[in-house]
Design a protein around this ligand. Structure first.
Ligand SMILES: [Zn+2]
Length: 147
């Protein structure tokens, strides 16, 4: 038997474009593993989903007079809350749950500059989390729904 064309392989193609989509399958396996355990402690891998959700997002800190307010800012990274109530401030990085996308200048203003007062730092962190959480929830629900 002669084949006209080599068999084409399909079914292994991953939808490209969203770096977030590649985490979906990993997420399923992790959730199954987590369900086996009685106590559900957040794992490092689950934390990674919170971090991954920050990708491709604009800045959520939006510090007035500091932020570039660029919706396509390429400097945005997941910023960890350093607030005590979020587990930060003691030399420990706050849990990944308390992360939000922030651009480099806002991140610097918050974490390294001496500009903000304790109250301003706290307010900025809470504002960023309040803005980010509903967006992240929708994003993470969409990943689960895609399975
Ligand atoms: Zn910013």
């Amino acid at each position: 038997m002669k084949r006209g064309a080599p068999m084409k392989r399909t079914g292994f193609k991953r939808k490209s474009g969203s770096p977030f989509s590649s985490l979906a399958n990993r997420g399923t396996a992790l959730r199954r593993a987590a369900m086996k355990r009685r106590m559900h402690k957040p794992t490092v891998e689950e934390g990674a989903l919170y971090l991954a959700a920050c990708r491709g997002e604009p800045c959520y800190l939006l510090i007035p007079g500091v932020c570039r307010l660029d919706p396509h800012d390429k400097t945005v990274v997941p910023c960890h809350s350093n607030l005590l109530e979020h587990g930060g401030g003691m030399g420990l990085k706050a849990h990944h749950q308390f992360t939000f996308p922030g651009c480099d200048v806002c991140h610097f203003w918050l974490d390294q500059s001496r500009i903000p007062t304790k109250q301003q730092r706290r307010a900025a962190t809470h504002a960023a989390l309040a803005r980010w959480r509903p967006v992240r929830a929708r994003k993470m629900a969409a990943v689960e729904g895609a399975q």
